[in-house]
Write a protein that binds this ligand. Sequence first.
Ligand code: FAD
Length: 368
Amino acid sequence: MYDYLVVGAGIFGSVFAYEAKKRGKKVLVIDKRDHIGGNMYTKDIEGINVHMYGAHIFHTSNKTIWEYINQFTEFNNYINSPVANYKGELYNLPFNMNTFYQMWGVKTPQEAKDMIERQREKYFVERPKNLEEQAINLVGLDIYQKLIKGYTEKQWGRDCKDLPAFIIRRLPVRFTFDNNYFNDTYQGIPVGGYTPIFEKLLEGIEVKLGVDYFKEKEALDKLASKVLYTGPIDQFYQYEFGVLGYRSLRFEHEILDMENYQGNAVINYTDRETPYTRIIEHKHFEFGKQSKTVITREYPDQFSLGKEMYYPINDEANNEIYKMYKEKADSETKYLFGGRLAEYKYYDMHAVIASALSMVKKEFYEES
Ligand code: FAD
């Protein structure tokens, strides 16, 4: 009945479905959730586009991908400039001259460099054994204690002394007064949220929501010549090599009867005691003027089967397990695998689009 069954209406599945349809293929898309868009889904609450699975800022330096996504939406000129709140003290992120002024009162790049150098030298260790030593080697004690330690420990659910040094190889510091978090050429938030992008990608394609592939795999497989699967790879193979590790997240959304709660889209809480890592105030992504506001508290959460998978824990043990699944997946002829869950990797949106487009080229024997 169909050329392709696409499991997952996230960005990987939707871009693939759109391109396949464009090439005259008949496609059925299913998703177990009750909405399209995967983790990029935005929902209109009180006239505000709420990022239901965490703040999503589109950024890329890839002109082709930027032009590709711009076919489906218009982007505004939002620049991500998060603020850190450490026990009531506010600091600009990423680490730049504003941060250094707020932390030490230094006013010139040379003063800031000297300060960081003094801090690094004092506690420098030749071979950092853990994340704490590595971070102090890179940026010194003050920045580590106020802006890195608590946030990282909450994110990973472990003490920085028990986390491997390799998690942070680099900590970018900027000696300009520039609060733009990303270094990319293109950046913004789609006007009207992300969901309309998916409505356009999936226009004219049959989509069934609330359908879990594994509840009727045999029957669904029979419907199509090929299946693109964008769900968790370990589940596809019934966890035969083990369960892959993730960190999960919990989101608490709240509507507030006030115009402006925190004055910025993203505020990180970098102390250990506050249980959430950040508060998102969604209207600021689109410069909203609504009389109410919607905020989301983001809590890191221990992962167990049944919870949402957010950040893959790409340590040696998990990567070994993934390698076994990948080998099996590579030998399949009916099934294609793509996206963050099937490839077990953290992927930014632009990279997922690039990866889906490269699968399209391969699948339809086109020159890259
Ligand atoms: P998903 O969006 O997860 O889509 C997979 C879909 O498959 C889901 O809808 C799921 O329901 C469905 N599915 C799974 N199993 C089944 C099944 N058995 N049956 C039916 N359907 C199934 N990227 C950026 O570029 N900028 C950002 O600012 C950014 N912020 C992020 C913040 C957070 C908190 C997180 C976690 C990620 C962020 N990302 C960001 C990354 C971005 O979310 C991903 O790149 C993107 O959503 C991945 O798309 P995908 O299609 O691979 O996966």
